[in-house]
Design a binder for this molecule. Structure first.
Ligand code: CA
Length: 224
């Protein structure tokens, strides 16, 4: 399997590379959160081993960003924190499983193998809508000759609306599920993000067909 190891502690990182490499896996290792997002967006992995406490971007945020762009990629959180809340937070952001440090080599390999064996979740990589191709795995919109880059969060919004087509998605729901925030004031931020996203994906942002507004309620996927 192709495995991405994200761990800032060099001795543990090297240990994991040796352990997993010795188990026959093709291992890439990085030492901070930004490098992890970069690596995970550049190529798919069969399993991501993700430390929770990381420099530059913590494991929760890395998980959120990778999840938005690659929902089917299995993520195993490594955490030194034993509190139940932290574990739940990690799983809430889309981690598939977690192990608490220090862990035994045998236990870790068993978890990695179990995650890798799991049938991949069906993930939509491309949507052909209103003359545009939304390439969700490469984070780009193609309309004719024009190519526009999408952010992981924008892909998250598109995936969420598409997955829940046929019903209205409230600003609060988008805020919580995609932006990872709560609070009434911040719903304005959702409107601004949608306005930017429409300029990227809609043929005519003034008369949107893909992301439609539902007055007083929120947004909905506007196509079949
Ligand atoms: Ca760490």
């Amino acid at each position: 399997m192709r495995i991405l190891v994200v761990e800032d502690e060099a001795s543990l990182r090297d240990g994991l590379v040796d352990l997993l490499g010795g188990d026959g896996h093709d291992v890439t290792a990085v030492g901070d959160g930004l490098a992890a997002v970069e690596a995970g967006l550049a190529a798919p992995y069969d399993v991501v081993l993700l430390d929770l406490m990381l420099p530059k971007l913590d494991g929760i945020e890395v998980c959120r960003r990778l999840r938005a762009a690659r929902p089917g990629m299995p993520i195993l959180m490594l955490t030194a924190r034993a509190s139940e809340n932290d574990q739940v937070a990690g799983l809430g952001e889309g981690a598939d499983d977690y192990v608490i440090k220090p862990f035994s080599a045998r236990a870790l390999l068993a978890r990695v193998r179990a995650l890798g064996r799991r049938a991949p979740v069906e993930v939509i990589e491309e949507l052909h809508v209103d003359g545009a191709i939304l390439d969700l795995s490469r984070l780009v919109v193609v309309r004719g000759d024009a190519r526009v880059a999408l952010t992981p969060r924008e892909v998250g919004v598109l995936r969420w609306l598409h997955r829940h087509k046929g019903r209205v998605v409230s600003r609060g729901e988008l805020l919580e599920q995609v932006f990872g925030q709560r609070g009434d004031l911040a719903t304005r931020a959702v409107d601004m993000a949608i306005a930017v996203l429409r300029k990227k994906v809609e043929r005519d942002p003034g008369a949107p067909k893909i992301i439609v507004s539902v007055k007083g309620a929120g947004y909905a996927w506007g196509l079949p």
